[in-house]
Write a protein that binds this ligand. Structure first.
Ligand SMILES: Cc1cc2nc3c(=O)[nH]c(=O)nc-3n(C[C@H](O)[C@H](O)[C@H](O)COP(=O)(O)O)c2cc1C
Length: 352
C-alpha cells in the first residue's frame, strides 16, 4: 500500500500573524470545528477571551436517545480539542491546555455536572511558546482536510502491521488504548454484538426518531447526509419517513452488515476509567488515530452500537480485558473512494 508522503508546508500562509490574539484563535477554531462528532451534532461551543479559547459542551446539541449519558458528546469535544491543538502546532505555537480550568466548587462531582451541562469549561487552550512543527504535526494537519467518516466497503487489502502499530501509538500518546482485534473468534464475537445491539436500538422508537432527525433531515451545516451512507436523495427522504415506524424503514444496516463483516481491521478504543476526563481523553485519542489513519490512506467508520447498549458493553469489555472501558469501535481499511464531506455550522461562540 502506498503511504501519502507527508507534505511539510510552510507556516500557514493565511494565518493572521499580525492580528490580535483573539482573531488568531478564531482562525484556528476554523480547524477545530472540522472534527468528527456523533451524528455530526457538533456539540461544542467556544468562548474566546483572556488570550485563550475555552471549550464547552453545547447543551442544545444532545442526543437523548442515542447518547443518553453524554459520553459521545464529550468525546466529540475531545476530537475538536485535538484538531485545535494540531492547528496551533502547525502555525508554530505550542498549545497549552488546562483541563476543567474554572474549578471553583468544593464539590468535584457538582463541578463535573456543570461541565457536562456546558456551564463550566472542559478545557482552556492558550498560546504557549513558539515552536517548530514536527513532520508528524504537519502530517496530521494536512490530514484534517482529507479526513471523512468512510461508511462504504474497504478495499480487499491487508493493512500493514506497522501502520496498525502506529495507530496504537497514536492512541497511547493521548492516554488511551487501541485494541486491534486480530483473532477470528474475537472479531466474530464483536460483529455479533454489533448486530444484536443494532437490533436492540432500532426496536426503540425514540432511537429511530432521533436517527431520522439527524440523518434524513440533515442540513447543510449539521447531521449525517444520506450521501455519506451511499443513499440516493429518494432513499434519504424515505428513510426519514419510515425510520420513525417500527420495522418499515429501509434498513441500511442490512446493507452494512456484509460490509462490516468484511472489514479488514476491527479495533476498540478503550480507557482505564469511565468518566468525563476519560471521555475527553478518548476523544483526543480517537481523533489522533483518525488523522493518522487518514495520512496512511486508511478510512475509518464507527461501529459503536455494542458500546451504547450497556449490557452489551460489558461483553465488549470482556473481549478487551476487564480493566478496560470500551469507548469506540472502529472498522478500518484502505479507502477506495473519498466519502462526501459533511457540513459544519459556523463556529459557535458563547454569548457570555
Ligand atoms: C464520538 C463519535 C461517535 C460517532 N458514532 C458514530 C456512529 O455510531 N455511526 C456512524 O455512522 N458515525 C459515527 N460517528 C461519525 C460521525 O457521524 C461523523 O463524524 C459526522 O457525521 C461528521 O462527518 P465526518 O466525520 O465525515 O466529518 C461518530 C463520531 C464521533 C466523534
Amino acid at each position: 500500500m502506498t503511504h501519502r508522503s507527508p507534505t511539510p508546508s510552510p507556516p500557514h500562509p493565511s494565518f493572521p500573524r499580525q492580528a490580535a490574539v483573539e482573531e488568531q484563535l478564531m482562525f484556528l477554531l476554523g480547524y477545530a470545528v472540522m472534527a468528527p462528532s456523533g451524528h455530526n451534532t457538533q456539540p461544542w461551543q467556544f468562548s474566546v477571551h483572556d488570550a485563550s479559547v475555552w471549550l464547552y459542551v453545547d447543551p442544545a446539541r444532545t442526543l437523548p436517545a442515542l447518547d443518553p449519558g453524554g459520553r459521545e458528546r464529550i468525546m466529540s469535544c475531545g476530537a475538536a480539542l485535538f484538531h485545535f491543538r494540531i492547528a496551533m502546532r502547525h502555525v508554530g505555537i505550542t498549545p497549552e491546555v488546562e483541563w476543567f480550568p474554572d474549578r471553583d466548587e468544593e464539590d468535584a462531582a457538582v463541578h463535573m455536572q456543570d461541565v457536562e451541562k456546558g456551564r463550566k469549561a472542559l478545557a482552556r487552550i492558550s498560546m504557549g511558546s513558539p515552536m517548530e512543527p514536527t513532520l508528524a504535526d504537519e502530517t496530521l494537519f494536512s490530514a484534517i482536510q482529507r479526513r471523512r467518516t468512510h461508511r462504504e466497503a474497504f478495499e480487499d487489502a491487508t493493512v500493514p502491521t506497522s501502520d496498525l502499530n502506529q495507530l496504537e501509538d497514536a492512541a497511547a500518546s493521548e492516554g488511551a488504548n487501541l485494541e486491534v482485534l486480530s483473532d477470528a473468534d474475537q472479531r466474530s464475537r464483536l460483529l455479533d454484538l454489533a448486530i444484536r445491539a443494532n437490533e436492540d436500538m432500532l426496536a426503540d422508537a425514540d432511537v429511530r426518531r432521533e436517527l431520522a432527525e439527524w440523518t434524513a433531515s440533515a442540513s447543510d451545516d449539521a447531521g449525517v447526509p444520506g450521501s455519506t451512507r451511499g443513499w440516493s436523495r429518494w432513499q434519504t427522504l424515505s428513510a426519514g419517513w419510515l425510520q420513525a415506524l417500527p420495522g418499515l424503514g429501509p434498513d441500511p444496516w442490512h446493507r452494512e452488515t456484509a460490509t462490516i463483516r468484511n472489514a479488514p481491521v476491527l479495533a476498540v478504543l478503550t480507557t482505564t476509567d469511565d468518566n468525563v476526563a476519560a471521555w475527553l481523553r478518548a476523544g483526543q485519542a480517537l481523533d489522533h488515530v483518525l488523522l493518522r489513519a487518514t495520512s496512511y490512506g486508511l478510512g475509518a467508520s464507527f461501529l459503536n452500537q455494542p458500546v451504547k447498549v450497556s449490557r452489551l458493553r460489558q461483553d465488549v469489555r470482556s473481549l478487551c480485558g476487564d480493566d478496560a472501558w470500551p469507548q469506540i469501535v472502529l472498522r478500518m481499511g484502505v479507502a477506495t473512494t473519498q466519502a462526501p464531506r459533511s457540513g459544519r455550522r459556523p463556529i459557535p461562540i458563547r454569548k457570555d
